[in-house]
Design a protein around this ligand. Structure first.
Ligand code: ADP
Ligand code: TPW
Ligand code: MG
Length: 571
């Protein structure tokens, strides 16, 4: 460590300035993997009182930073070494950008002069150029006196407007640059109002209310942008005052409790097909909503109202009759104010039909969720976990997999905002452990991670990280012996197993025991319940191997229709 330099009172250096600039802007947690040239930076950050969490792979540190940004509305910061470490983190940065999560990826990089002449430096790569198309903004800082402004730009770019990922390139030489301490301090920038409110135009609000008022069968769709906005009370008031049925997208579940009388969650198909007017709040008409077209949406012509901070999102897939551009907090408040005292609820025929469908579907599902089958099916296992979340509504639920994801999303009711964290817009496998770690670190609440056995494998080594930091994370691996199912056979008859099949009877619970955590093998819903409740009570890092019927799942869960079909048989 370079104590000699730091002790010269009149001087500072790049290391110190990075730390000072981050702390000045209340960024105190870093998700990283150490190595040249950022090992000492991590140590100095820790010495300065920052929380520096070291991961086993940068991708997981990156997913942690991404979800930290979503949970806090401040950029989550991931720090990596050059070329390979940078590339490992880049997947998460692209994921953050795609999902509109604010995140900063800081990567050390090699000597500019050598990189640019391609002379083969240690971990040589033109990282800035590679990052640019994959994130919202990318900056390189070459001089110590620009660290303050570089970090300020990165923060503002990440959180203002539509949030996203920002890349910040710190060449190794920058960190060791020395400058006058007073000038260094003056060079720091505290970002004022990093994400300014963006008020919607009054006429856009009036237009939206007109369209909504004129609807016979209106529907509100809440997306993760609405959850991100932390305008929970205004959104609930607006939905309740409007009387309109609403559908939460996956990560918007719990923004209003899933048991809310206006929730159309259990009548999704009916609501999408039969509605005549759809109001999107922080949700995009992408593949997850069939682009607003096709048979999912029925034959009825529909009017769309869209509330979003990004003007270019309007008309992205279908015509939007009433665009409302602004931040969700301001937009929803303006809508609420504009509704007046005599707002009439939608026709009872519509709200009644939705309600009836919800009740029928919920009643039909209920007995299946109570089965105690061995081996477990998804309904039995998730029925048990559903009860646990009901009893512990402030726990954070992390979820990935195919069947494990789709069944958990529909079976487990959420009761509080931002408690369901999952694979996001891309449907990424591998977000699980990074997400669980950041959820525990950022919220201080117990975390239940429900993981397909394949999904878990993408980030499984981070259970060591969970044990190392003694985080209150309970991982449940839904072990059906493979991707989608454990029953596949090799069509050639050869000795390799099928491409989607894993080792039979594997025991993921034993993995965590290697690091001092609690491992449990659960073969029935009762055993599963017992193990997870014990983990949530104790807060001890726990991994439950939940033995699931290897034939219970279906190909790709609920999106098998997206698989291309072979047309011509191979000769
Ligand atoms: P989901 O997958 O849940 O449907 P999406 O990620 O598709 O949600 O959509 C989120 C939308 O929310 C994005 O279009 C984004 O621009 C928008 N958004 C994010 N934060 C805000 C905010 N504070 N105010 C307004 N819109 C926001
Ligand atoms: C980064 C493709 C989608 S779902 C899945 C894969 C590999 C695993 C499904 O099996 P799992 O769940 O988790 O055991 P279950 O209950 O159905 O058996 N690589 C990335 N992202 C995606 N989405 C894939 C591959 C995929
Ligand atoms: Mg599986």
């Amino acid at each position: 460590m370079a104590e000699e330099v730091a002790e010269e009172a009149a001087l500072t250096d790049g290391f110190n300035l990075v730390i000072d600039a981050l702390q000045l802007n209340d960024i105190n947690t870093i998700y990283n993997v150490p190595g040249i040239p950022i090992t000492d930076l991590g140590r100095y950050m820790q010495a300065a009182g920052m929380r520096v969490l070291s991961f086993r792979h940068e991708q997981n540190a990156g997913y942690a930073a991404a979800i930290a940004g979503y949970l806090t509305k401040k950029p989550g910061v991931c720090m990596t070494v050059s070329a390979p470490g940078f590339l490992n983190g880049l997947t998460a940065l692209a994921h953050a950008t795609t999902n509109c999560f604010p995140m900063i990826l800081i990567s050390g990089s090699s000597e500019r002069e050598i990189v640019d002449l391609q002379q083969g430096d240690y971990e040589e790569m033109d990282q800035l150029a590679i990052a640019k198309p994959l994130c919202k903004a990318a900056y390189r800082v070459l001089h110590a006196e620009d660290i303050g402004i570089g970090i300020a730009r990165a923060i503002r770019a990440a959180v203002s407007g539509r949030p996203g990922g920002v890349y910040l390139d710190f060449p190794a030489k920058l960190l060791a640059q020395v400058m006058d301490a007073e000038a260094g301090e003056k060079s720091l920038v505290k970002v004022i109002d990093a994400a300014p409110r963006q008020l919607p135009a009054p006429e856009s609000v009036a237009r939206a209310l007109d369209v909504l008022k004129g609807a016979e069968r209106p529907l509100i769709i809440l997306g993760k942008g609405a959850a991100y906005a932390q305008a929970d009370d205004a959104i609930r008031d607006f939905v309740e005052k409007s009387g309109v049925p609403y559908l939460p997208m996956s990560m918007a579940k719990g923004l209003l409790p899933d048991t809310h009388p206006q929730s159309a969650g259990a009548a999704r198909s009916l609501a999408l097909k039969e509605s005549d007017t759809v109001m999107l709040i922080g949700a995009r008409l992408n593949w997850l909503l069939s682009h607003g077209k096709g048979k999912t949406w029925g034959d009825q012509p529909k009017k769309f109202i869209q509330v979003d901070i990004e003007p270019r999102e309007m008309d992205s897939n279908v015509e939007v009759a009433a665009p409302v551009v602004g931040d969700i907090g301001s937009c929803v408040q303006a809508l609420l104010d504009g509704m007046g005292k005599d707002w009439a609820a939608p026709p009872a025929a519509w709200t009644g039909a939705i309600r009836e469908k919800v009740e029928t579907n919920v009643a039909r599902m209920a007995p299946r969720l109570q089965n105690n089958n061995v081996p477990m099916d998804y309904q039995g296992a998730l029925g048990a976990l559903r009860t646990i979340i009901k009893e512990r509504p402030d726990a954070v639920l992390v979820n990935e997999g195919a069947n494990t994801l789709d069944f958990a999303r529909s079976i487990i009711d959420m009761y509080q905002p931002r408690k369901r964290l999952d694979v996001g817009t891309w449907g990424v496998m591998g977000v699980g452990m990074g997400t669980a770690i950041a959820a525990a670190v950022e919220t201080g609440k117990p975390v239940l991670a429900i993981e397909g056995d394949s999904a878990f494998g993408f980030s499984g080594m981070e259970i060591e990280t969970i044990c190392r930091y003694d985080l209150p994370v309970c991982v449940v691996v839904f072990n059906n012996g493979g991707i989608y199912q454990g029953t596949g056979v090799n069509p050639s008859g050869g000795s390799d197993v099928s491409t989607t099949v894993f080792v039979k009877d594997s025991r993921y619970d034993k993995m965590i025991e290697a690091f001092g955590g609690v491992g449990v093998n659960a073969t029935s819903p009762d055993e599963l319940s017992q193990a997870v409740n014990a983990a949530m009570d104790s807060g001890k890092p726990t991994l439950v191997n939940a033995v699931i019927d290897e034939a219970a799942g279906t190909e790709s869960g609920r999106i098998g229709n997206l698989n291309p079909q072979r047309v011509v048989a191979k000769k």
